[in-house]
Design a protein around this ligand. Sequence first.
Ligand SMILES: [Fe+2]
Length: 325
Amino acid sequence: MTTETVFGHVRTGYAVVTTRDMDNWKRFGAEAIGLHMDVHSPELVTFRVDDWARRVIVRKGETEDYAALGLEVTSRAALDEILQRLRGRGVAITEQAGGEAAIRGVPQFWSFSGPKRQQIELFETAETTPAPLKMKFAGFLTGEAGLCHVAITSKAPDEMLAFWQEIFDARLSDRIEEKISGINLLITFLRMNERHHSIAVARTKGLKLDPIPSRIQHMAFQVSELEDLSRAYERCRKMGYKIAMSVGQHTNDREISFYVYTPSGFEFEIGWNPLIVDEESWDPNAVHQGISVWGHKPVDHTWADDLRQFRTGVASFFRHEYRPF
Ligand SMILES: [Fe+2]
């Protein structure tokens, strides 16, 4: 390929989630969060937020998991370059079409095991639909910035950051130092396009622990109207879904957001109005103190959650974190 960088050619596209409790995910996705829902079978439900036919794919399974992160690659040259980089490092890639692709609303995809055994799936085009959206939001910001961002905890953070930087030409946006549940964290924010971050990697400072059992810590969508965010927050609270953090504003991208626990254990962040990175003037060396300017208080987080996280963290100390190369 003649393109020197794939930066700007990669966007988050879809998420595949597995759950034991489909009814709870339907209630959570359609009624509490308020996304457009399509029920295909007792084993398959998908959610829309824009003209894409499928953005969140929830499948019945034996585990609660963030099963796959779909990344849209906007040109064949960039896709070839990424596949070549992976193969050059000995990463096994599976090309899939047919039924599994149809479930994701794409004609074909290339999958591989990324850091922490997160399945990553690359695709070039996705099915869209003219069918009207029935959701509790005026709209979500997707387009050039992609669907979402994901935050991942890691006890091999340097290798994880190198993975995103070497394979996807991800750029450093900034970092945040924070203390959560008694644990000192350093969070590094990487962008792959105009979105301030598509990937955030959190590490513990000092002892290398991973306090989060799921592959991702949270996934975040961006709404176009602030009022829709506060209404979603109220719906989640009224329907009894645990709020991980109340409404607040982040220090680095200035986004206003809240966090709710999904039925699969990882958190879902609904955000509004983060700043957009200007490639000409952006300073990547900023280290912000604390994740929030205001708010983001733990609401339904208890001492039992702290203890569970501490236990998981201690257990992770003895576990090797998978690295693809
Ligand atoms: Fe976030």
